[in-house]
Design a protein around this ligand. Structure first.
Ligand code: HEC
Ligand code: HEC
Length: 208
């Protein structure tokens, strides 16, 4: 609940800041949806305080799909998915034009590898990662043809949350979420919290 209030407060202050800025610089209307940095960090580096992940360096095709999924309620509508629900309400009013604007805006941000915040058994993680590599790539660089995003450089705390969300069926269970369903099946290969920490620790070593 406390986190919810923080998110709401952040969002409203973001909106207020934007209104002030817009008056200053006379930004065109189609940029009015660029409030993302309030939660995702000024440089898109992610912000653990509100559990919002790094966007800087994210592939345009993956960013677009997630925004569309949030907007359609394919992601971020499970009752236990508090962070997803917070993001869903941010995407609900985006138009196709504003999503295209955001994809090119975020695409111009510099890649920032996230700080390492967790420690696990890297050797065990490397073994566990071999199956992941078939979709996410040997260096966790992502694979557009398979719809699997890059994992290298993403905030490790966010990777942990998402793997746990898939395992719990909080993400990837919507009937229209075919990519999420594939990942949900794969998340079952990680048996417990330690296995998840290990694989994410290994992914941390793949940072550019
Ligand atoms: C109120 C805070 C807030 C704002 C404002 C916000 N987000 Fe988010 N966003 C989040 C949170 C929290 C998550 C993590 C959701 C989860 O855990 O599933 C998230 C997740 C995402 C994801 C999923 C990333 C991934 O790797 O799967 C994308 C993409 C995203 N946000 C883009 C945006 C964009 C673009 C904007 C601006 C239009 C925006 N967000 C505005 C809080 C916010
Ligand atoms: C069969 C292909 C496949 C395999 C194997 C696979 N994944 Fe995925 N993974 C995906 C797809 C597709 C997505 C994107 C889901 C979506 O669009 O919501 C994804 C998403 C993710 C995400 C969420 C990223 C984000 O930014 O939100 C994480 C974390 C992840 N995978 C980790 C792993 C790990 C760890 C393994 C190995 C245990 C693994 N994946 C194996 C296909 C796969």
């Amino acid at each position: 609940m406390k986190r919810f209030i923080t998110l709401a407060a952040l969002f409203f202050s973001a909106h207020f800041t934007f209104v002030v800025n817009a008056a200053d610089v006379g930004s065109p209307a189609d940029m009015s949806d660029r409030y993302c940095t309030t939660c995702h960090g000024a440089k898109g580096e992610g912000n653990i305080a509100v559990q919002a992940p790094r966007l800087a360096g994210m592939e345009g095709w993956y960013l677009q799909r997630q925004l569309e999924n949030f907007r359609e309620g394919i992601r971020g509508t499970h009752t236990d998915d508090l962070q997803g629900i917070a993001m869903q309400s941010m995407a609900a009013k985006l138009t196709d034009a504003s999503i295209a604007d955001i994809v090119s805006w975020v695409g111009a941000w510099e890649f920032v590898a996230a700080d390492v915040t967790i420690e696990g058994n890297v050797n065990r993680g490397r073994s566990a990662y071999q199956i992941c590599a078939s979709c996410h790539g040997t260096n966790a660089e992502g694979n557009e043809a398979l719809g699997a995003p890059a994992l290298a450089g993403q905030n490790d705390w966010y990777l942990l949350t998402q793997i746990n969300n898939f395992r719990a069926g909080i993400r990837g269970t919507h009937p229209d979420d075919s990519f999420g369903a594939q990942m949900l099946a794969m998340s079952a290969t990680l048996r417990d919290d330690q296995a998840i920490t290990n694989v994410v620790s290994y992914i941390n070593t793949l940072q550019k």
